[in-house]
Ligand binder design. Structure first.
Ligand code: HAM
Length: 421
């Protein structure tokens, strides 16, 4: 047997219904806030991620699916969506359109990570990005859109944490201070952090090794060393969120695992998955587009890990999605096949979910199958019924049945499903 690649998953029915409903809700809510969908390639030049996500990050240094194509070009399966959005913005001249540009996306991302619950090598993100708005009002908007989406799914226990990373210039100062404070303990840091010390010291703050965490907890938080402009920016974001009663918590050690962020960074934590398996991450990235050779276009956005989100969906949401009624159409005898097909089509067009018996079961076996399919009703088309221009509609919830003229079957079924609700 050929098995799936480690870290990938088959998402089977009926769980796929949850995914579809989550994606439809995202398109509706984010679309409502003015975010239009962009679809980007899964393959990008490797250099795109090296220059944006950053060479010293875990993503670029050890998690990318990178290969050389037949013409010797280095390509990478996208590990995230923001870099691709920035590339597409520049390449397609989206800066010429009315600004700001509000974009949403969803789809698979790839990272070669160690497997655990909520951590996959192919996973899906749902994200939005607003480009061309430097004002704190844009940061507030994306977090409000995020909160609205999560509330619409029925979540009421998720926690939004936020921090101020300052500007890149502040970061230089912060890193110098951080190193000074950590120097006496340098030998106690883990092997990865020893490497990070020179390559990308900010990433020491992301380290999950307990001793590294303890040492980091003693250092001065990044928000304490940022410029007055950056401080004012994030304070305005926090005030804006408070004004609309969206609770956010300060997380002084939050730095996020990608290099393009500045000022506002945030994450969404679920009590069930804990702090190391966050549901969503985002922040501001005002230099990303100019670093890629575009104009000085500021941006802010986030991406939700859909696998993790679906894993902790509220029961109320699942009940709503799975409360879908099914009707079976049971033709009995060859002459009933064509009328059954025609009826199924009419039922579908009337909004009913139909499973038609197509394997030649007898009426008895067909009814047993209807039970296994948890169908709400069965429409039985026997040869004698057809000769009389009628069908039998059996209410499988109540075990009652009635004979109905063929022309009235669709309206009867629709009515029956409504009564059963
Ligand atoms: P990120 O924090 O790297 O940010 O990823 C965002 C979310 O994707 C995470 O919070 C997590 O839920 C999910 N995720 C990441 N890796 C995995 C994995 N291996 N398995 C399952 N889920 C995973 C970004 O990607 C940024 N592009 C977000 C952003 C958009 N910032 C600004 N705009």
């Amino acid at each position: 047997m050929i098995r799936k690649v480690k870290g990938t998953r088959d998402i089977l029915p009926p769980e796929t219904q949850l995914w579809n409903e989550v994606e439809c809700t995202a398109l509706r809510i984010f679309g409502g806030f003015g975010y239009s969908e962009i679809r980007m390639p899964l393959l990008e030049p490797t250099e795109l991620f090296v220059r944006t996500v950053g060479e010293g990050t875990d993503i670029v240094s050890k998690e990318m699916y990178t290969f050389t194509d037949r013409k010797g070009r280095s390509l990478t399966l996208r590990p995230e969506g923001t870099a691709g959005v920035a590339r597409a913005f520049i390449e397609n001249g989206l800066g010429q359109r009315p600004q700001p540009m509000r974009l949403s996306y969803h789809g698979p991302m790839f990272r070669y990570e160690r497997m655990q619950r909520g951590r996959y090598r192919q996973f899906s993100q749902i994200g939005i990005e607003i480009l061309g708005a430097a004002n704190p009002a844009a940061d507030v908007e994306v977090i409000v859109a995020l909160h609205t989406f999560l509330a619409e799914l029925g979540f009421d226990d998720l926690i939004i944490v936020l921090n101020n990373l300052g500007d890149p210039e502040d970061r230089e100062r912060f890193i110098t201070g951080l190193k000074t404070e950590l120097t006496p303990h340098r030998g106690e840091l883990c092997g990865d952090c020893q490497r990070r010390w020179d390559e990308n010291p900010l990433r020491i703050l992301d380290c999950k090794v307990p001793r590294c965490r303890e040492l980091v907890a003693e250092t001065t938080p990044v928000a304490d060393v940022v410029s007055e402009d950056a401080r004012h920016h994030v304070a305005t974001v926090e005030a804006g969120l408070e004004a609309v009663s969206i609770p956010v918590r300060r997380a002084p050690r939050l730095v996020r695992g990608l290099d393009y962020y500045l000022r506002t960074v945030f994450e969404v934590i679920s009590p069930e998955l804990g702090e190391d398996t966050v549901i969503c991450g985002g922040g501001r990235y005002d230099r990303l587009i100019s670093d890629l050779g575009g104009a000085a276009v500021p941006g802010v956005g986030f991406a939700i890990g859909e696998d993790r989100l679906v894993d902790v969906l509220p029961q109320s949401f699942k009940d709503r999605v799975f409360d879908q009624r099914v009707v079976v159409v049971l033709p009995v005898g060859d002459a009933a096949t064509a009328p059954a097909t025609a009826l199924a089509r009419e039922l579908v067009l009337a909004g009913v979910t139909v499973h038609t018996e197509v394997t030649g079961r007898s009426l008895k076996a067909g009814l047993k199958w209807s039970g296994k399919m948890a169908a709400s009703a069965a429409v039985i088309l026997g040869e004698s019924e057809l000769a009389d221009g009628v069908a039998v509609i059996r209410d499988l919830d109540r075990g009652e049945q009635e004979t109905v003229a063929l022309v009235d079957v669709v309206s009867h079924v629709v009515e029956l499903l409504q009564i059963q609700r």
